[in-house]
Design a protein around this ligand. Structure first.
Ligand SMILES: [Ca+2]
Ligand SMILES: [Ca+2]
Ligand SMILES: [Ca+2]
Length: 456
């Protein structure tokens, strides 16, 4: 036994006596590394990080390099007496698994491991996103081809996927609340369990997930497969993301959506719209719920002082009223569209973009009456579908300012979750202030731009 090898063995013995925890860690390493390689975890194909043992001689280290045919190296950290942590660049085509196994028995080496490639954990694995069908969630950094999306993907990549502690109202048709891509993000009313009694005294018996103002019942999905519009809207705000299924909403989790169903088969009335708006205002004030916005992908009819007053009450309670600009292609500055045209400060009126960045041909606009553009055409989201006589979960692509609006509402929820205490005015200012200047929106909306939630 020559001196070099003996010294290496001594170094090894010292290491093993440092403590059980250190031994357990070192002992667990090679197998874990190799199983990671087997599992195909992303790593640089021709690189290894090698930590030489303290006391490893120059001869030993050079021998390792020569044996690996390493062509270059970086020193990541200088160690004691040659115990450097080194990045080895290897010839292409090497079998890293075999190398790691072999090097783990080399007395000069404390450990050898792959140069793993890390990605943000928050990269949606939802098929409609990964196959490029969810253009409204992308942005210039996540997909240059889909730069006109809401840039939710950028917010997710920065680690913000959950809208914890935030509630939003969906004033629309009902919500197919059992949809597996929605169920986790549907509110359950803790103050009024289903027992035939209006436990919380708000005038609605067992409003466990919201209320159907059209049918005057607690069943928020009474319309079967045809009751799909609100479900589609809900999926854009808060379809469960990262579950490997279907679509992802702007908020993957944390957000709780409450249904204010007032649109039925024949549409909805002003009277029921007022009840729905006031329902959320009351819920917020009655229970102290953090309801930050209602989504209003609907419109029509003439001016209503009563509805405007209800929106004013929502404003007083700090609830934003995000509203679709309408689908007739008209200029709302010259022909008022309600409810988006009401002058209330808490309204955010939304125009629709197509994926190529053009203002959708149907989208209403208004330099002073519509606030912002957002993805609206060919938006994939959750729907109920009819199959063999029953309603089953599905997905569908719809277009409209109805689809643009929930991108903004999702952005409101995302911002509110990372800025607790932000007022409705603060949130609206953030939505408007971060809009990306966009040619097709210039002079067409107040912000002259499109939704950008990347920094939320
Ligand atoms: Ca109740
Ligand atoms: Ca009850
Ligand atoms: Ca999903």
């Amino acid at each position: 036994m020559n001196r070099t090898v003996r010294r290496a063995m001594l170094a090894s013995a010292v290491l093993l006596t440092l403590g059980l925890s250190s031994t357990a860690f070192a002992g667990g390493r090679p197998d874990a590394v190799i199983s990671g390689l087997n599992a195909g975890r992303a790593h640089e194909a021709n690189q290894l990080i090698i930590k030489f043992r303290d006391g490893a001689s120059t001869v030993q280290r050079n021998a390792v390099r020569a044996g690996l045919r390493a062509v270059s190296q970086d020193t990541l950290r200088r160690g004691k007496r040659g115990g450097d942590t080194t990045l080895m660049r290897l010839p292409s085509g090497v079998n890293l698994q075999a190398l790691v196994r072999r090097l783990s028995t080399n007395p000069a080496i404390e450990y050898a491991e792959p140069n793993w490639i890390y990605t943000h954990s928050a990269s949606s694995n939802d098929p409609y996103y990964t196959n490029g069908s969810l253009w409204g969630m992308y942005g210039d950094a996540t997909s240059p081809a889909n730069q006109f999306g809401s840039q939710a993907g950028e917010a997710w990549a920065a680690g913000h996927t959950a809208c914890n502690g935030v509630l939003v109202g969906v004033i629309d048709e009902g919500i197919y609340f059992n949809h597996p891509d929605l169920a986790a993000n549907i509110w359950t009313n803790p103050y009024d369990p289903v027992d035939g009694v209006d436990n919380d005294g708000n005038g609605y018996v067992d409003d466990v997930r919201g209320w159907d103002f059209d049918g005057n019942s607690n069943n928020i999905n009474s319309g079967g497969a045809g009751d799909d519009h609100g479900t589609h809207v809900a999926g854009t705000i808060g379809a469960v993301g990262g579950n490997g299924v279907g679509v992802a909403g702007v908020c993957w989790s944390g957000v709780k959506m409450i249904s204010g169903r007032f649109l039925g088969r024949r549409g909805g009335t002003t009277a029921n719209a007022i009840k729905a708006v006031d329902y959320f205002t009351d819920l917020k004030t009655r229970h102290g719920l953090n309801i930050v916005a209602t989504n209003n992908s609907w419109g029509g009819g003439g001016f209503s002082q009563a509805l405007q007053d209800a929106i004013g009450r929502a404003n007083n309670a700090g609830i934003l009223f995000v509203a679709a600009a309408g689908n007739s292609g008209a200029n709302n500055d010259t022909t008022a569209s309600y409810p988006s045209n009401y002058p209330n400060a808490n309204i955010i009126a939304v125009a629709a973009l197509a994926s190529n960045g053009s203002l959708a041909s149907y989208s209403q606009y208004g330099a002073t009456t519509v606030d912002i553009c957002a993805p609206g055409s060919a938006v994939n989201s959750t729907v109920p579908v009819s199959s063999k006589g029953s309603v089953v979960p599905g997905y569908a692509s719809y277009s409209g300012t109805s689809m643009a609006t929930p991108h903004v509402t999702g952005g409101v929820a995302l911002y509110a979750s990372s800025h607790p205490g932000a007022s409705a005015a603060d949130i609206k200012a953030a939505i408007m202030g971060t809009a990306v200047p966009t040619t097709s929106c210039n002079g067409k909306v107040v912000s002259n731009g499109r939704l950008n939630v990347s920094s939320f």
